[in-house]
Design a protein around this ligand. Structure first.
Ligand SMILES: Cc1cc2nc3c(=O)[nH]c(=O)nc-3n(C[C@H](O)[C@H](O)[C@H](O)COP(=O)(O)OP(=O)(O)OC[C@H]3O[C@@H](n4cnc5c(N)ncnc54)[C@H](O)[C@@H]3O)c2cc1C
Length: 498
């Protein structure tokens, strides 16, 4: 193995060449890359056993991700650092993963065994434009930090609903927000991306500069470049209604009808937002319904949510508050430190399909009910035409959904557990549930091909779900901007376009 020109230059510059008496040939490609990175970026590189490295291991949501052990971690603080890192990794043919908020659940998505993890958390600058219509956000920020700064100025952006999610992963996969009825998903509200390309060059990507790549970044995930800054459209936003309401499971028929009606009426009042979860509580052997109800104005009883609030509940945290508070609350209900899996599919809006999918979930739960630390939830979210009518903003996103598809329902399962010994049967349960749910929807002509990247499990074919035209377009754009497959092979984790 040879030292790269970059490394030799750095060694000479730093006057440390003679002190490195190592058998270079015997060290792995990534060990060499880490040595070069440490020389170039000094304390922005951490190695196993180093306290920074060990601390960074805890910055992942799922245990499957935090148990990965990269050869080193790099924590760049500007786009030039990211570019230099990429150049060194490519020169050494060393694989890598990129992390923003670390909330992708499966191993390898944003952390990597025996290679290099680029942790963007120090790309954390937030700048509000003079006109207050745009907020530039570092790609390693988490949403609660963004909202904390913006709430103080009565401003907001379209972003995540759980505080610890990263700006990077959420926005590159789509990004469902409490404000999506008014503005669409997070990706529909990015004016400009600062991106490190596969060749290491740094560019502003927007509708004018690189229209094809701009399209691809709105749903294309980590296949096209490393985004170092997102310039987000911002708007005035004061306090709002929000909170979680708990119902007994016998209210599911009324809740399903309320969800159906919300979905078809959302365009009349796009300030509303709903997440309906059907949750199994193993300790009690019962199901409960947990509903997130939000309204983007400080009104206690908006008509668009009345079908939900009229149903008698066990308890509620509904209150007038700010967005930061709501995202901290949601975050506390989904803590890190567990084994986790997310799976997803989409159906057309229909009360009976909701009822039958919930029955399917309940009938299959006994297969995993005694897994330790189990917490399984079936989550249903309206993807109304109020939301999808914004998918054509700025030339259109890459997701392959249009308002002509009508009101849709995103169905996902989220399962937490503690014992690695239960992994296989939980993954089998999840895969079976998804395939039987999709089959059921197909048998009623209610299936929609879309698979939401941000909720998908590794075996799910996300990009086929975008439809053949968008998939082919994304593949061609990838070929143009990443002809040597830096982001699809050297960065092997997460969903790959080719
Ligand atoms: C508790 C919880 C709540 C959630 N709530 C919501 C929600 O309200 N709305 C919603 O839409 N989704 C939600 N999700 C899903 C979430 O959007 C995805 O898990 C998303 O991938 C997380 O982004 P992250 O940056 O935290 O993850 P990471 O694991 O850091 O990143 C995910 C993927 O994106 C890539 N990536 C991240 N940043 C960059 C970048 N700057 N450049 C290139 N590639 C990058 C990574 O390499 C990785 O492959 C939630 C998930 C969880 C676990």
């Amino acid at each position: 193995m040879k030292w790269t020109a970059t490394a030799l230059l750095l060694l000479a510059l730093l006057g440390r060449g003679e002190s490195l008496e190592v058998d270079v040939a015997s060290i792995s490609k990534c060990s060499v890359a880490c040595t070069e990175l440490a020389l170039a970026l000094r304390d922005k590189v951490s190695l196993p056993q180093n306290s920074t490295y060990e601390l960074e291991d805890f910055q992942y949501w799922s245990n499957q991700q935090s148990s990965q052990r990269p050869t080193c971690r790099v924590t760049p603080s500007c786009a030039e650092d990211v570019s230099l890192t990429l150049t060194i990794l490519k020169a050494n043919n060393c694989q890598f993963a990129v992390k923003s908020g670390g909330h992708a659940s499966f191993a390898g998505a944003s952390n990597i065994d025996g290679a290099v993890t680029i942790d963007l958390r120090n790309l954390n600058e937030l700048v509000v434009s003079e006109s207050k219509t745009e907020v530039s956000v570092g790609a390693g920020m988490v949403w609660s930090s963004v909202y904390l700064e913006l709430d103080a100025r009565n401003l907001s952006v379209v972003g995540g609903r759980s505080g610890a999610i990263g700006v990077g992963g959420l926005t590159l996969g789509g990004g469902i927000s409490f404000f999506s009825g008014r503005y669409g998903w997070a990706c529909d509200n990015v004016n400009n991306y600062e991106v490190v390309f596969a060749d290491g060059s740094i560019h502003d990507v927007n509708e004018k500069s690189f229209p094809d790549l701009y399209f691809a970044l709105r749903g294309g995930g980590n296949n096209f470049g490393i985004v170092t800054r997102f310039d987000l459209a911002s708007f005035e936003q004061g306090k709002m209604l929000g909170g979680q309401t708990l119902y007994t499971a016998d209210n599911m028929p009324a809740l399903n009808t309320a969800l159906y009606n919300f979905n078809i009426n959302h365009y009349k009042d796009p300030y509303g937002a709903v997440i309906l979860a059907y949750v199994y509580v193993p300790a009690e052997g019962i199901f409960l319904a947990s509903v997130d109800l939000e309204y983007g104005k400080p009104e206690s009883n908006p008509a668009i949510l009345a079908n939900f609030t009229a149903i008698p509940s066990i308890e509620t945290t509904a209150r007038i508050t700010n967005l930061t508070d709501l995202t901290i609350e949601l975050n506390s209900t989904q803590p890190s430190g567990f084994r986790e899996t997310f799976w997803v599919f989409m159906v057309h809006n229909d009360v009976q399909i909701l009822t039958d999918i919930q029955a399917l979930f309940a009938s299959q739960i006994p297969a995993i009910a005694n897994a330790s630390g189990l917490l399984p939830a079936l989550v249903m979210q309206p993807i109304s035409t109020a939301i999808t009518s914004h998918f054509t903003s700025n030339g259109g996103n890459a997701l392959g959904i249009t308002a002509a598809d009508g009101a849709l329902l995103l169905i996902n399962i989220s399962i937490a557990w503690t014992d690695i010994a239960d992994d296989d049967r939980i993954m089998e349960f999840a895969a079976n549930f998804i395939s039987s749910g999709v089959a059921l929807a197909k048998s009623r002509n209610l299936a929609h091909r879309y698979i939401y990247q941000n909720y998908a499990a590794a075996p799910q074919d996300v990009f086929t779900g975008y439809g053949p035209i968008n998939k082919a377009r994304l593949q061609a754009i990838h070929q143009k901007y990443d002809p040597t497959n830096v982001f699809t092979k050297l960065q092997p984790g997460y969903f790959k376009i080719n």
